[in-house]
Design a protein around this ligand. Structure first.
Ligand SMILES: Nc1ncnc2c1ncn2[C@@H]1O[C@H](COP(=O)(O)OP(=O)(O)OP(=O)(O)O)[C@@H](O)[C@H]1O
Ligand SMILES: [Mg+2]
Length: 212
């Protein structure tokens, strides 16, 4: 069964340049999907539309059978919080918060307490290999470590699916490799569906960003 279904989606930011043109795409539960496309081809736009951050100009997006282009913003916010996780193109970490505080930001924004975490913070830090950096500020971390913080933050609600926008885009090959291994573990051990976009040709490709 497909968990995400994109149907005939078009998107334009200014009403004339079509960034997404008649895109059809489906993502099955448990799948690990990499979407490849050149810079400026609309990868971030596609992820934003798939995850209910951006409403497409036309077409539909279904998440777990629910049309998220037809529901209100309040409902979309709940879906983003309960079923979808995001790791943005640039880490977007708060520089004045520690690693563990950064990871828990979505929790606090949602007014939830630490103890409601499905995966306790200690376990999550351990999973992403940051137990010894929990009190560090992002500015003291390497790029790979910052990306791990962003990934852990995307996993806070143990989403069914995690979207990652160029998770290895700012990393060297050694760090890229270890982030890819982490994503494989998230997929295998948590059963989380993984959708990443990238322009890295070395990534294992299962799809290409395309339009008809
Ligand atoms: N918020 C926005 N408002 C207006 N135009 C935008 C906006 N976001 C993106 N665009 C335009 O849409 C096009 C696709 O952008 P997008 O960020 O989706 O590409 P991308 O494939 O993610 O690129 P990159 O690999 O450089 O991250 C670009 O021409 C960009 O200028
Ligand atoms: Mg992008």
């Amino acid at each position: 069964m497909s968990f995400i279904e994109v149907k005939d989606v078009c998107h334009s930011y200014n009403g004339k340049d079509m960034i997404l043109k008649n895109v059809d795409l489906s993502v099955r539960k448990g799948e690990f999907l990499s979407i490849l496309g050149a810079s400026g081809s609309g990868k971030t736009t596609l992820l934003s539309v798939m995850g209910g951050i951006e409403l497409p100009t036309s077409g539909q997006v279904f998440v777990d059978g629910e049309d998220i282009t037809a529901c209100g913003e309040k409902r979309r916010a709940i879906l983003r919080r309960t079923k979808l996780g995001f790791v943005f193109q640039f880490f977007n970490l708060a520089p004045y918060l520690t690693v563990e505080q950064n990871i828990m930001v979505p929790l606090f924004l949602a007014g939830k307490r630490k103890r409601t975490m499905k995966t306790p913070i200690d376990e999550l830090l351990e999973f992403v290999g940051l137990s010894d950096k929990r009190k560090s500020l992002p500015g003291k971390l390497s790029g790979g470590e910052q990306q791990r913080v962003a990934i852990a933050r995307g996993l806070v609600f143990r989403p069914d699916i995690i979207f990652l926008d160029e998770p290895t885009g700012n990393l060297d090959s050694v760090n890229s490799e270890s982030i890819m291994q982490l994503l494989s573990r998230i997929n295998a051990e948590f059963g989380t569906t993984v959708v990443q976009v990238t322009h890295n040709e070395k990534t294992p490709i299962t799809a290409r960003a395309s339009s008809r």
